[in-house]
Design a protein around this ligand. Structure first.
Ligand SMILES: Cc1cc2nc3c(=O)[nH]c(=O)nc-3n(C[C@H](O)[C@H](O)[C@H](O)COP(=O)(O)O)c2cc1C
Length: 184
């Protein structure tokens, strides 16, 4: 069955290593017949959550702040798979991606019981460090996030040892991202 896949790319570098992982995953998923929508968050006008707790009233565009999140909300709500893609910044995801995750709370506010839409989730990450210890904080965050939201993990790809643009070329993680997309 064809799936709707939404990729949130939190890298500020459009031709960077995360973009390489995104492209490999996308190619695999499209070859398998899925529909893939990529949002390059750096190129969008998305402001941080204000913590007003006043969202959820407008069902199509539930946040009080009106910006490019309006483009993401409808895709998020109907996606079969949500892909979080980010470089590692200070042993975490980038601010660009975290900002969007925070703003998804407005969708949760649509229900009085704070119901979060179910997602099947993937993580793609590029980083300069290349040890299990380097990735541990992100793995911990990602698994905790999914556990608390009740989301299902469909796979993680960590590309270590990549710093400069182009370092991802020929990296084994590209094959992993491709086959994760192909078999999603
Ligand atoms: C502000 C900043 C913080 C970073 N922090 C880390 C880090 O904590 N651990 C790490 O392994 N790499 C770190 N890096 C390296 C990036 O994760 C690495 O260059 C990655 O390949 C960038 O992905 P991109 O090409 O998609 O931008 C950092 C880079 C920058 C610019």
């Amino acid at each position: 069955m064809s799936k709707r896949i939404v990729i949130l790319n939190g890298s500020p570098r459009m031709k960077g290593n995360t973009a390489g992982l995104v492209e490999a995953f996308k190619q695999g998923a499209e070859e398998a017949g899925h529909t893939v929508e990529v949002f390059n968050l750096q190129q969008m006008d998305i402001r941080p959550c204000l913590g007003c707790l006043g969202g959820g009233r407008d069902s199509k565009n539930p946040c009080l702040q009106k910006d490019d999140m309006a483009k993401i909300y409808p895709h998020y709500e109907t996606a079969d798979v949500l892909v979080l893609a980010s470089p590692m910044y200070y042993w975490s995801i980038t601010a660009q991606l975290k900002t969007v995750i925070d703003r998804l709370f407005a969708v949760t506010e649509k229900s009085p019981e704070y119901h979060t839409p179910m997602q099947h989730c993937v993580l793609l990450m590029a980083a300069e460090g290349d040890t299990p210890d380097n990735f541990e904080p992100v793995e911990h965050y990602y698994h905790a996030l999914l556990r608390h939201l009740g989301w299902e993990n469909l796979g993680e790809v960590y590309a270590g040892g990549v710093m400069q643009i182009g370092d991802i070329t020929g990296h084994p993680s590209l094959e992993k991202a491709y086959s994760l997309g192909k078999n999603i």
